[in-house]
Design a protein around this ligand. Structure first.
Ligand code: C2E
Ligand code: CA
Ligand code: CA
Ligand code: CA
Length: 275
């Protein structure tokens, strides 16, 4: 037993060490990534479930490091959030998204993810307004995605900012809905356009009744606060059918299309979508 214990400990600590090293490596390389043009933005189409037409895109950042290869955002975004790097990366993602969408020449919306640190930065609104102005982008076609968790960090501040965004006609989506501490009271105060149902629930819809009823509840909740429902993580026809029957307006997922480079979106959209 002692032997097993020792082995377990050394295994554990070497795993921990590996993780720590990886984190340090990512942090070191990430600070050069922007300058080295290793960051880009991919786009995943968002569909109207009524008629399976593309109505917009979610912008998802990608990092192709020449030293580390492709590093997924789930790995590097949290590390970037520990420093002010996220502000630079976020600014890049916003500007690149608006530039690309402008070049698309269609009236598709683009949904951009904002981290908590960006949202609470004093430049948040200014950065957005500057970018909209610079690219002469219609504010009604920009969707600001913040997570439910970010929104709940400081509800009074959130209410105020969402109101500012609304005045500018910018749209607002609450991301990862259902994963945070859903607070009904604040949902009434927040004037939001979209609730994004977290993919963890959508992926489990066919397996468990509970996941299905959580999804149904979020869709109904969205409607009762005057928002639309968007389901992420649609991977098959069955799920799509169920969501449609539940009255979910929009969706995205591998069943339709994974996130792809802008060039690919341009080809797809040639066949007159979003208009
Ligand atoms: P998210 O905002 O919840 O984005 C949805 C994630 O689900 C994306 O992962 C997308 O590729 C993935 N996905 C889409 N359809 C399916 C599907 O059918 N099945 C499954 N299993 N997954 C699907 P991705 O691109 O790896 O991004 C992960 C997370 O990284 C995002 O989650 C978001 O939190 C963060 N992120 C990505 N880009 C940005 C960004 O520009 N800024 C910030 N702050 N965060 C970002
Ligand atoms: Ca998102
Ligand atoms: Ca999400
Ligand atoms: Ca509304």
């Amino acid at each position: 037993a002692t032997e097993l214990g020792i082995n377990t400990i050394s295994l554990y600590s070497s795993e921990l060490e590996k993780e720590l090293l990886e984190k340090q490596m990512i942090r070191a390389k990430l600070s050069e990534a922007l300058k080295n043009r290793e960051l880009t933005v991919y786009y995943q189409p968002i569909y109207s479930l009524k008629d399976n037409r593309i109505v917009g895109f979610e912008a998802l950042i990608r990092w192709f490091s020449k030293d580390l290869g492709a590093v997924p955002p789930d790995k590097f975004i949290p590390i970037a959030e520990e420093t002010d790097l996220i502000l630079e990366i976020g600014r890049f993602a916003l500007r690149k998204s608006l530039e690309d969408m402008k070049n698309l020449g269609k009236s598709c919306f683009v949904s951009v993810n904002f981290s908590s640190k960006q949202f609470s930065s004093e430049n948040f609104l200014n950065d957005i307004m500057d970018a909209l102005e610079y690219y002469r982008f219609n504010p009604e076609l920009l969707v600001v995605e913040i997570t439910e968790r970010t929104a709940m960090e400081n509800p009074e501040y959130t209410s105020k900012l969402l109101e500012e965004l609304r005045k500018k006609r910018i749209k607002i989506a609450l991301d990862d809905f259902g994963k945070g501490y859903s607070n009904m009271e604040y949902l009434i105060d927040f004037d939001i356009d979209k609730l994004k149902i977290d993919k963890d629930f959508v992926l489990k819809m066919l397996e468990t009744k509970r996941a299905r009823s959580v999804v149904r509840t979020v869709i109904d909740l969205a409607h009762s606060v005057g928002a639309t429902a968007l389901a992420e993580g649609i991977e098959n026809e069955e799920t799509l059918k169920e969501l449609r029957e539940m009255g979910c307006e929009e969706g995205q997922g591998f069943y339709f299309m994974p996130p792809v480079p802008f060039e690919r979106i341009k080809e797809v959209v040639e066949r007159s979508y979003c208009e």
